[in-house]
Write a protein that binds this ligand. Structure first.
Ligand code: DLZ
Length: 158
């Protein structure tokens, strides 16, 4: 379903178990940081609402979304981390840079997840405009950071 038809922050809580002892890393891209910090706030608050302890949430910054894969790998290598949430925002520009970054990060995060056998969540917005990004980072379509955190929790309850 197109996200314009869905509030990203609504979700069903079926099968969500106790995750209060789990440890999460949140890797945040600094590019488009007004958006990515809002995604981070959403993810962080959602984890707290589900009983995760503040001290069990590690925040790591990377320069851009392209670097999310390596950041995720460094976090996934840590045996104490149960799940890695990756947050970024790549805005469609006039060149093919957008396509290269989006493809690289999608493939990179998949690879890290399968290599380390841990949830590595793709919380990357790929809008056409800054406004579309803001609408999905705590705006009228909810917050994809919330959705990313819920996805991580659900995968830990698999
Ligand atoms: C270079 C670049 C451009 C043009 N646009 C974005 C963007 O919209 N969102 C994002 O997260 N990062 C962007 N970057 C930076 C790349 O992700 C990366 O940091 C650089 O290409 C250096 O590897």
């Amino acid at each position: 379903m197109a996200t314009s038809l869905k509030n990203l922050s609504t979700h069903t809580s079926t099968n969500i178990q106790d995750v209060s002892t789990k440890k999460f890393a949140i890797v945040v891209s600094e590019w488009n940081d007004e958006v990515t910090q809002a995604l981070y706030s959403g993810a962080f608050q959602t984890l707290l609402q589900h009983g995760v302890k503040k001290e069990n949430i590690l925040k790591k910054l990377v320069p851009g979304s392209f670097e999310l894969s390596l950041g995720a790998q460094w976090c996934a290598q840590d045996k104490e981390i149960d799940a890695v949430i990756c947050l970024g925002c790549v805005i469609q520009g006039e060149t093919r840079h957008f396509d290269f970054i989006c493809q690289a990060v999608a493939q990179g995060l998949t690879q890290v997840s399968l290599t380390y056998n841990k949830p590595v969540i793709f919380g990357v917005l790929t809008p056409n405009t800054q406004q579309q990004a803001l609408d999905r980072a705590g705006g009228k379509y909810g917050n994809k950071g919330d959705e990313a955190a819920i996805t991580a929790i659900k995968m830990l309850c698999f």
